[in-house]
Design a protein around this ligand. Sequence first.
Ligand code: NDP
Length: 401
Amino acid sequence: MSIAVETRRAREPKSICVLGSTGSVGTSTLDLVSRDRDRFQIDALTANSNVALLAQQARDFGARFAVVANPDKYQDLKDALSGSGIEAAAGAQALNEAADRDTDFVMGAIVGAAGLEPTLTAAKRGACVALANKECLVSAGTVFLEAVKKAGATLLPVDSEHNAIFQVLETENQDEVEKIILTASGGPFRTWDKARMQAATPAEAVAHPNWSMGAKISVDSATLMNKGLEVIEAFYLFGVETSQLEVIVHPQSVIHSMVAYTDGSVLAQLGSPDMRTPIAHTMAWPERMAAPSPRLDLAEIAQLTFEAPDLERFPALRLALAALQTGGAAPTLLNAANEVGVAAFLGEEIGFLDIAAIVEETMSRALAQGLEAAPANLDDVLNLDRTGRAIATELVTAHRT
Ligand code: NDP
């Protein structure tokens, strides 16, 4: 098990830094804080460019430090916080400063590889890090986990699947784990044929049937790349063999994932598809706290169904599984190419199926350039990420509709 165990008890109230507070996971985190003000104290909040919401949150929650990543927005943030006594800052270094403050808990909820450096900063100071930002582990798995281990940090999985696995994984019986089974809703295009998928609009792709999430992860859920990224994330978090990781499509999103043991038992965590449950689990861990997620009504749901994922219609999942098998530079390149592809699709530059095509072509071009070695440190990760993005950006031009 790679997840460290927290040794010191957090202070009360627990002080919190939310990296990516203006996003879907960030606002859900603050919603939980607003319901238990005695238990939590917001210290630092960060956003990319949404200054209006960031300043509002900082004032509402009495934050001490607010950071906007986009340096052009610094003056706007300063103006919006004037008279509040809250310190405003901007830029990449300021994000790291937010993560480096002496808080009891850091929510890593920035989207994409952009979240890697600040989240790693929190890990390096030995913080208790709740990790929503799966791209961190996909692009820098070994580097990130080594930092966690070296600093004695605590890593708590926020992603609903990994949080479910964390809840049912018996650490004392780790050797008796046969399989980890990640469930996937199948996304909005689960029953669509390829021709219809290629013509899909960004609005259709982000309309997830069960979960309300940010745009990037919603598109990843539609391609099933999200499930592939999650398999890679699970590989790093739970220290199992790749052959022990399985994906099953479960359209109702009631079972969030399962662990199968050698005695034939399969333990699952269930709940309504509301991120406030796994977020609350990390915020209160090792205790529990109340969350307002809708309660499950199994009689109303009536049926839980399952099907094998279709790797032909959803090649992104196949590519992610292959990248995990290949190892080395492959997961970092996959993640970088996918971020470029998703952004180009959301910007209506390419069609939906072009996302996976661009990822696949990026991987083969990178391989042809001899980019195989696993990144050994943060600089290696960032270099590989840049190279993957450059190749994928060229391919976007070739695929432009
Ligand atoms: P959102 O797009 O809703 O929010 C992203 C947050 O990151 C915002 O605060 C945004 O600021 C900030 N941000 C974006 N780009 C940058 C950047 N370059 N530098 C610094 N900050 C940046 O994403 P989600 O909340 O949906 O997802 C966050 C992470 O959690 C992702 O890695 C996702 O895969 C993961 N996750 C999300 C789930 C969900 O239900 N949403 C479930 C499980 C995992 P601004 O608002 O100013 O743009």
